[in-house]
Design a protein around this ligand. Structure first.
Ligand code: G3P
Ligand code: CA
Length: 282
């Protein structure tokens, strides 16, 4: 009898133990540890601009080839109202031409060489139109679109919104698209035009990271994207607490990466996409 009882108790204990261990291994499989949950996104700044001339199709193709989550670009407007992709408000630094972007027609801008100054092997590279970038990369990689100096280009918000609509990129489920600017009024306006497209505010000013400013940004923005010099864990937590994400810029050295990972930013904007650890928890 005693033998029977102890046999029964032993098998009950074994079954209970087995059951508990199956349950706990299932729980572990479906609930990754806190560390595994954090994954940073890589955003190739002006394309993979450490490896190809900034804001060119070559730099965007390189970003895709390097498996960045997004590339970033700067959009401005030609004299005759076409959206073009270039960072500076003049063509002087990145092309063989001179003059303001806003004083040159699309034909004049397209005649310039936007590759040779980076490296002669890129001779003949053109200033891209915004349209051709959307056309080629829609659905292949995320695009972080910066409206550069929108105060110089009345109506640029409407034109960007129209272009996104034309390519069916204006709904959140379509593609990974974010629109950002240092000009907050422009972002408020863009948010009204296409409320479903996430908007970001760019800043290098620590005063823009006060509680009051973050609260205000949260009324229209989904991202606060600060210069890496003003980012820390507390700033990121505060922005997260207001329901927004953080993509910080610009990483140009390997040593600049870890502090941003420690601060738990959501995205790292870098000229060198390979500097950011990929496809694993950070
Ligand atoms: O995306 C962030 C970054 O592009 C902002 O600075 O001067 O490179 O346009 P900038
Ligand atoms: Ca930019």
């Amino acid at each position: 009898m005693i033998k029977k009882m102890s046999k029964f108790l032993l098998s009950t204990a074994l079954i209970t133990g087995l059951f508990t261990s199956v349950l706990s291994s299932q729980a572990n499989a479906t609930q990754p540890s806190t560390q595994e949950k954090y994954r940073v996104e890589t955003i190739a700044h002006r394309g993979a601009s450490g490896y190809a001339p900034e804001n060119t199709m070559s730099a965007f193709r390189k970003a895709e080839e390097m498996k960045a989550d997004y590339f970033e670009l700067d959009v401005q407007m030609s004299k005759d109202g076409h959206l073009v992709v270039i960072h500076d408000t003049t063509v002087n630094r990145t092309t063989n031409g001179t003059g303001n972007v806003k004083d040159l027609t699309l034909t004049e801008l397209r005649q310039l060489d936007a590759g040779s100054k980076f490296n002669p092997t890129f001779a003949g590279e053109k200033i891209p139109t915004f349209d051709e970038v959307l056309e080629e990369f829609r659905g292949k990689i995320g695009i972080l679109i910066e409206l550069k100096a929108p105060e110089l280009y009345p109506g640029i918000e409407e034109k960007v919104a129209q272009a996104l609509k034309k390519h069916n990129m204006h709904k959140p489920k379509n593609e990974k698209i974010i629109v950002q600017s240092f000009n907050f009024e422009s972002m408020k306006k863009f948010h009204q035009l296409l409320p479903e497209v996430p908007v970001g505010v760019l800043t290098s000013d620590p005063n823009h990271l006060s509680d009051a400013k973050i609260k205000e940004f949260a009324t229209y923005a989904n991202y606060v994207n600060p210069n890496l010099k003003i980012v820390n864990k507390q700033v990121v937590e505060n922005i997260h607490a207001h329901g927004m994400k953080v993509q910080s810029w610009t990483v140009r050295s390997r040593s600049a990466v870890q502090p941003l990972l420690d601060a738990k930013v959501d995205g790292i904007i870098t000229d060198y996409p390979d500097y950011v650890p990929r496809n694993k928890s950070n």
